[in-house]
Every structure is written in structure tokens, then in C-alpha cells.
Design a binder for this molecule. Structure first.
Ligand code: ZN
Length: 112
């Protein structure tokens, strides 16, 4: 049985050959994707460098919705952990605190 090979073709050159990456970019509010071979992707990056070097990087909407934890966040969760542990409530040692842990902390701190 013949094995079927799926090739992603380079979009930048007329001759058919394999692309080895998909490059995405956005201009004027439109997002584009192009399949490029190594030669084409290098050429694209070097030609765009004069613009990308001068440009600001915009964080994606997803990154904004799920911001990185700040120093203040960490300090606060350390505080919450210490308070819960002192009250005899088991908490995980690291990472984001579960909702019910935060609720228990509120109960302890606010007294309701
Ligand atoms: Zn190519």
C-alpha cells in the first residue's frame, strides 16, 4: 500500500516545494498566515526586521484576559495560605488558590 504524504507547500515561491513553517502576521486589522520554506521565512523576517524592530509588541487579547501573576498577587496568596494554615485548613503549596480556599479566607478575615 502506498503511503500518502501530505505536503504543505511554500506559498512564496512559484516552484513547488515543501514549507517548513506557517508564519502569521497582522496588518491593518487583518490577520494573515503564510506557509513558507526556510529560505522564504528567513527573507521575510529580514525584510520585516526594520519594521518589527521599531514596532511595539501588542499582547494578545487572551494574554490580557489572563494576566501574569504579579508580585502583589504572590504576596497576597502567601498571606492567604498562612492564614488558612493557621486556621487548620489544608491548602496547596503553590499556584493559584482554589475558589473555596479564597472563600474560607474571606470568612476568617471578615468574620462571616
Ligand atoms: Zn519557498
Amino acid at each position: 500500500m502506498q503511503k500518502l504524504e501530505v505536503l504543505v507547500e511554500c506559498d512564496a515561491h512559484a516552484a513547488r516545494h515543501e514549507a517548513n513553517e506557517t508564519v502569521s502576521f497582522a496588518v491593518d486589522g487583518r490577520h494573515y498566515e503564510i506557509d513558507l520554506c526556510e529560505v522564504a521565512s528567513k527573507r521575510m523576517r529580514s525584510q520585516l526586521a526594520k519594521f518589527t524592530d521599531a514596532a511595539r509588541v501588542v499582547r494578545s487579547r487572551r494574554a490580557r484576559r489572563n494576566p501574569r501573576r504579579t508580585h502583589a498577587d504572590r504576596e497576597r496568596s502567601q498571606n492567604v495560605r498562612a492564614t488558612l494554615q493557621a486556621a487548620g485548613i489544608p491548602v496547596n503549596g503553590r499556584g493559584r488558590l482554589p475558589k473555596d480556599a479564597m472563600e474560607k479566607y474571606d470568612e476568617i478575615v471578615n468574620g462571616h
